[in-house]
Write a protein that binds this ligand. Structure first.
Ligand code: AMP
Length: 197
């Protein structure tokens, strides 16, 4: 039967499965570090996983590097496979924070069939502010062309995820402008309210 019992659909101790959405440069990385510590869950960043593969110089890494250098997205099939493998590891059983995935509705649909997120945080920071932050960050793959391309892609492909998750009733939009601690307090409050519901 589908009756979740007296504890409801999300009893205490249920896996804390979180997704964080936000434009590159929204302060997402900083908030992720604080969140995984707070909820004691692994931080699963597809960007970090791809950069590790690039650094390891594998054939997969070389293919990923060419795509990342252009600011394009790795195909859904490939990245879904990478995430599926990662989520099958023991540490993800207690929950996870996915960062950088899903990036398309196709990826979100695939994730729903693997481990549906309970709360999706949309960290909201205006585009002009994130552009400024990314240029200041000065990472090797942060050429102006790649940044512009990624922001365009974000609007085209990732912003629809906000509507997708809103429709599923798991989206919380949090104002990402402000001091790190202040933004973190807002995020935790929103996540806790939705984990309990
Ligand atoms: P990030 O660090 O999340 O900004 O990711 C860096 C780059 O890795 C992106 O610009 C994409 O080229 C690639 N990437 C990371 N996550 C994904 C994903 N979920 N789907 C496709 N490509 C991705």
């Amino acid at each position: 039967m589908s009756d979740p019992g007296p504890a409801g659909p999300n009893p205490p101790g249920a896996p804390v499965r979180l997704v964080i959405l936000g434009r590159q440069g929204s302060g997402k990385g900083t908030q992720c570090a604080l969140l995984v510590d707070h909820y004691a869950i692994p931080h699963i960043s597809t960007g970090d996983m791809l950069r590790d593969a690039v650094a390891a110089g594998t054939e997969f890494g070389q293919m990923a590097k060419a795509i990342m250098d252009r600011g394009d997205l790795v195909s859904d099939d490939i990245i879904v496979g990478v995430v599926q493998e990662r989520l099958a590891k023991d540490d993800a059983a207690a929950g996870f924070l996915l960062d950088g995935f899903p990036r398309t509705v196709g990826q979100a649909e695939a994730l729903a069939g693997i481990a549906a997120p309970r709360v999706v945080v949309n960290l909201d920071v205006p585009t002009d502010l994130v552009l400024e932050r990314m240029l200041l960050r000065g990472r090797a793959d942060d050429t102006e062309e790649a940044i512009t391309r990624r922001l365009e892609l974000y609007e085209e492909q990732t912003a629809p995820l906000v509507a997708y998750y809103d429709g599923l009733g798991v989206l919380v939009t949090v104002d990402g402008v402000g001091e790190v601690a202040e933004v973190f307090a807002r995020v935790v409050k929103a996540v806790d309210a939705n984990l309990g519901s």
